[in-house]
Design a protein around this ligand. Structure first.
Ligand SMILES: Cc1ncc(COP(=O)(O)O)c(C=O)c1O
Length: 628
């Protein structure tokens, strides 16, 4: 991929878009679009389902089911492929502003905004959903200088908004269809929504989930009375199975986002906000996965209060809507970050995309650390723990307010879900302070001689050390990796200045995920190894995932490093180093691709060179940390 440089105005991608809204005060000087790609149609080649059925516990109550054997066409229509890295811009910047010039008038059989509005008003979701409160967040309001309002969808009976859409669609089905039952595929909140709706409507529901779904999730669906079938390794495989099985059994398939009735159900969130708001709303921040929630809210709010900005928020490594709006067509992501699993969607819906193109003001991107910081904020504000997707909008709202220096306005963030996987809490607590810029992760090179460690500690001074890694080295110099609590930018800068004055090179790795996920647990010992290739793999969390990997690389190549970091995601983050001579690199890459796990080769990573080989890189110390 070719880097396009940092200047937004030089980017053809940027020039082709409408400018952000006129109230925006700062210019996007730091806009960072790392690469573009030519417009190509039909270059995706989605996999045929190769589902394997698992019967775990009593999750499958039917006789064993087999995956669809059909020569059914593709799971996903042939869409252009894109990588999350293809479109990145600074946190808080309002990007992916849709180009509305080429839009039709809705006269092609699609439901227009008025159709959505009237349907949202007459919805039946309140048979199961509650009207959630719109609560002021006083601490955050004071800190950001705006009135921060939280739309508390995490308080719904199934701890997310998803039951609104599912119930709205199912309640409209004629009784005979309900009697034949419904089916859906989901790895999370949609499953619970459908299960609860089915219980209320007295209909039979089958929920198809990937085999990798944590027990806690499928158990909670089962407890609502639905039949859980665990099929396939991925959501795509589960979905293919559910659709096929729905056809075979005459069950109605309930999609998670891409259906007008689902969108209308989610739109009731917007209706409530308009009714509950105490003053003029500047913007509503909405987490985006497939786009059902944002499309529904936009369909209502833009019709009754067009001046209110509707802003989507996506993780920077799961930005399918931003990329789709940016290119004016749906794209399918070739890789996907799974930390905010509720919004980890490779391709947005067709109808949701159409509505977003028409109604949404843009998309803000945030990283994992910022999401963790917002989970902590919510805990401090209301003593509730949001799941990552549930805290996404809050993170986006904060970044936007900071980026544009917004003051005194009313901003609303949808806290969309609280189905937190308990295992993820460890990562959240580790990253929350980094995300809030209250902790910096640094490495300092110091002389390997008596007294230097003590001197180093004196230079750190009153700053609180949160983590410290040092391993005696036979070299003349040693490297220490450490975390420090940061109260102000100046405090950190002063400390760095003290180090610099004594010629202690210091590197700031606060934003380096490789360090935060892996290297901080590994450093020490510097073998002299040839041809070491460093790779990051996402292993599916399922039995034999490791053996399958080892079958591919071993004994062909020597594994020199292996670090697994469970993050409570459906895929585990694994860092591997393998000795592969240049002449065998193509073969290695081919074998790694055939394995079917997402992976990337890490090339020339400064942190790895420093912490694992002790090769200080040539760049000056104190790489900038934009602490605010
Ligand atoms: C907690 C949470 N937030 C946000 C979303 C995104 O919703 P949508 O797919 O409608 O964009 C989901 C989707 O499941 C979710 O579970």
């Amino acid at each position: 991929m070719e880097a396009l440089g940092l200047m937004a105005m030089k980017s053809p991608l940027f020039l082709s878009r409408a400018s952000p809204s006129p109230t925006v005060e700062k210019s996007p000087l730091k806009l960072h679009i790392r690469a573009t790609f030519p417009k190509r149609k039909g270059d995706a080649s989605p996999k045929q389902p190769s589902a394997a059925v698992a019967v775990i516990g009593n999750a499958v109550t039917q006789s064993p089911v087999s995956p669809p054997q059909s020569s059914e066409p593709l799971l996903i229509p042939p869409l252009r492929k894109a990588s999350p890295d293809d479109l990145q811009y600074p946190p808080g910047y309002l990007g992916a502003v849709p180009d509305r010039t080429a839009m039709g008038d809705g006269g092609d059989g699609t439901i227009n905004a008025m159709g959505y509005l009237t349907n949202i008003i007459s919805t039946k979701v309140y048979d199961v959903a509650m009207e959630t409160p719109l609560q002021l967040a006083p601490k955050l309001s004071e800190r950001w200088g705006v009135n921060v309002w939280l739309k508390r969808e995490d308080l719904q009976p199934v701890f997310s908004f998803k039951l609104r859409g599912a119930y709205n669609m199912m309640a409209k089905l004629p009784r005979e269809k309900l009697d034949r039952g419904v089916i859906c595929s989901s790895a999370g909140n949609h499953a619970q929504g459908v299960a609860l709706a089915a219980k209320k409507l007295n209909c039979n529901a089958v929920i198809v989930m990937p085999v990798t779904t944590p027990k806690i999730k499928w158990r909670s669906v089962e407890q609502l009375g639905a039949t859980v079938v665990l099929v396939g390794d991925s959501y795509d495989e589960a979905q293919a199975y559910a659709k096929k099985q729905g056809e075979n059994e005459g069950r109605t398939f309930i999609p998670p986002f891409d259906h007008p009735d689902v969108i209308m159900g989610q739109g009731t969130v917007g209706m409530e906000i308009v009714r509950q708001a105490k003053g003029p709303i500047h913007a509503i921040f909405i987490p985006v996965g497939g786009g059902g929630l944002i499309a529904g809210i936009a369909a209502y709010v833009k019709r009754v209060s067009p001046q209110v900005k509707i802003i989507g928020v996506e993780p920077s490594d799961a930005n399918a809507m931003a990329l789709s709006l940016h290119h004016g067509e749906r794209v399918v992501l070739d890789q996907l970050g799974g930390f905010a699993d509720g919004v980890a969607v490779k391709v947005v819906g067709e109808e949701t995309f159409r509505l977003c193109t028409e109604l949404v003001d843009g998309v803000v991107l945030v990283n994992r650390d910022a999401i963790c910081a917002s989970i902590k904020d919510m805990f401090e504000e209301k003593r509730n723990i949001l799941e990552p997707a549930g805290a996404l909008a809050l993170a986006g709202a904060e970044a936007y307010c900071k980026y544009y220096g917004l003051k005194g306005k009313n901003v609303i963030a949808i806290t969309s879900g609280a189905n937190m996987n308990f295992d993820k809490l460890r990562v959240v607590t580790e990253l929350a302070n980094v995300g809030r810029r209250q902790e910096a992760v640094l490495a300092t090179v110091m002389p390997e001689k008596p007294g230097s460690f003590k001197r180093f500690c004196e230079l750190v001074g009153s700053m609180n050390i949160t983590e410290f890694k040092y391993r005696c080295s036979s070299d003349k110099e040693a490297v220490v990796l450490y975390g420090v609590g940061v109260h102000t930018v100046w405090q950190l800068k002063e400390m760095q200045g003290r180090m610099e004055a004594e010629n202690l090179k210091t590197y700031d790795f606060t934003r380096n995920d490789l360090v935060k996920d892996h290297l901080r647990y590994l450093m020490g010992g510097r073998p002299n190894l040839q041809n070491e290739v460093l790779c990051r793999f996402i292993f599916p969390e399922k039995p034999r995932a490791l053996m399958k990997f080892l079958d591919v690389v071993s004994p062909r190549w020597n594994i020199t490093l292996f670090h697994y970091r469970g993050q409570g995601e459906t895929g585990a983050n694994v860092l591997v180093a393998i000795q592969v001579p240049d002449s065998e690199m193509n073969e290695f890459k081919q074998r790694a691709s055939d394995l079917g796990y997402d992976y990337q080769v890490v090339v020339n990573d400064d942190a790895f060179r420093l912490l694992m080989y002790f090769l200080p890189h040539p760049t000056p110390p104190f790489s900038s940390m934009t602490t605010t």
